[in-house]
Structure formats: structure tokens, C-alpha cells
Design a binder for this molecule. Structure first.
Ligand SMILES: N[C@@H](CCC(=O)N[C@@H](CS)C(=O)NCC(=O)O)C(=O)O
Length: 220
């Protein structure tokens, strides 16, 4: 049995949840994978028990059948992509895989990562973990916003960033835009293509809609 530790509202664990959902897989109904919810708000990821599993004190973490521990969202998603579902979201051929990789890294480092830095340097809940430099927050938000026209242009006439199917790059960009909302950056005001992209992705993968897609008993 494999175990996946997640927090369903945090961007990095959501990569894995959305990846599986995009393949039509219900994470809470898998025979060979147990999902364990970790409450970041109450610092469950800082407990001694969790620190033994992941000394980095972050989610997601995945433990494979043989006890191998994967403590990084990219590694977990690469694994899940290969092991579960029919079509890879990492690209259909060697060129597409490289394109998805490039777009994914740009979305991650320029958009999602900068929004996360802004949050870490400004939010009171992170003061214990991060030596906060408040001036860093607006600068990081600025840097994320500066990258958005690149994606606005890439989406001109296209539903997805690479090819005509959803890829992991779309998932990461969506999570970046979604997390930007926490920093008061409206994803609907960054250009028509990004607004359309965000709306389509949000209808499928918002925290609210993914929870709603479950049977009623699971939502209680
Ligand atoms: N490199 C890691 C980073 C994971 C990470 O930063 N996860 C956040 C949630 S999105 C976390 O666990 N934060 C805990 C904290 O801020 O204390 C990955 O991509 O998996």
C-alpha cells in the first residue's frame, strides 16, 4: 500500500490531487493508495511523528510500497503520472515532454514560487518558520505579475499551454494564478486568455469544485 500525505488547500499537494483528478482518478477511492490529510494550519507537519517521515516538514509526501519516501511534489507527480492512468500529462512525445518541462518550470519559478515567497514573507502564520523580510513580499508579487504576459501570449488561440491537451504545465500555472488570489492578484484581470484559462481550470479543479465532485457523505 502507498501513502500520500497532503493538505488539500496548499498548492504543492494540490498538484498531485489535480494530476490524478485530470486522469479521472478519485484519490479517495484507490485500492492501492491511502491519502492522509495533514493540517498545516495547526502545524501538524511540524510534529515529531511527521518530521520522522519528512525532515523538511512539508507536504506532499508519498511513501511507496517498499518504504521509499518521496518528499517533493514534482517527484511525486512524475511517479503518479507514470503509474496511474492512461495518458501522460508530462507530454506525449520527447519534444512535448521537453516543452511541458519548460513551461512547467517557468510557471513554477516565475509565478507560483514568487507568490509563495510573498506569502511566506508577509503572513503571520509563517513568522515562526521564515525570517520574514516584509519588503520582499510586494517585490515577489511584482515579479510574478511580470511573468504573466508570457503566459497570456502562449494561450492566444490555445486552450492549453502545450499542444491540445491538458498538461502538468497547465496545472502548475493554474495553481500559481489561484494562489495569487491570496495575495489579492485577480487572475481575471491579467488578460483575456489567462481569464479564460483560469475559468476553465477552476471549473474543474478548484478546491470547492473538487470537494463537491465527491459523494455527499465525503463532504460532511
Ligand atoms: N519542494 C517542495 C515544497 C513543498 C512545500 O513547500 N509545501 C508547502 C505547502 S504548498 C508546505 O508544506 N509548507 C509548510 C509550511 O509552510 O510550513 C515540493 O514541491 O514538494
Amino acid at each position: 500500500m502507498k501513502t500520500l500525505y497532503v493538505s488539500r488547500t496548499a498548492p504543492n499537494p494540490r498538484k498531485a490531487l489535480i494530476l490524478l483528478a485530470s486522469k479521472g482518478i478519485d484519490i479517495d477511492d484507490m485500492d492501492d493508495l491511502d491519502v492522509v490529510d495533514i493540517d498545516i494550519a495547526s502545524n501538524e507537519h511540524m510534529t515529531e511523528a511527521f518530521t520522522k517521515i519528512n525532515p523538511m516538514q512539508t507536504v506532499p509526501v508519498m511513501i511507496l510500497d517498499d518504504g521509499t519516501v518521496l518528499n517533493d511534489s514534482q517527484a511525486i507527480c512524475e511517479y503518479l503520472d507514470r503509474v496511474f492512468g492512461e495518458r501522460s500529462v508530462m507530454g506525449n512525445d520527447v519534444v512535448q515532454r521537453a516543452q511541458v518541462c519548460a513551461m512547467r518550470r517557468t510557471a513554477e519559478f516565475e509565478v507560483l514560487y514568487n507568490f509563495m515567497l510573498a506569502f511566506q514573507h508577509s503572513h503571520p502564520s509563517k513568522a515562526q518558520r521564515v525570517d520574514q523580510v516584509p519588503e520582499f513580499s510586494p517585490k515577489s508579487i511584482e515579479r510574478a505579475i511580470k511573468a504573466l504576459p508570457y503566459f497570456e501570449a502562449a494561450l492566444e488561440g490555445h486552450e492549453y499551454l502545450v499542444g491540445d491537451q491538458l498538461s502538468f504545465a497547465d496545472i502548475v500555472l493554474y495553481l500559481g494564478l489561484d494562489f495569487g488570489k491570496v495575495l489579492k492578484v485577480n487572475p481575471n484581470k491579467q488578460g483575456e486568455n489567462l481569464a479564460r484559462f483560469y475559468k476553465n481550470m477552476n471549473e474543474r479543479f478548484s478546491i470547492h469544485n473538487m470537494a463537491k465532485a465527491k459523494p455527499a457523505a465525503d463532504n460532511e
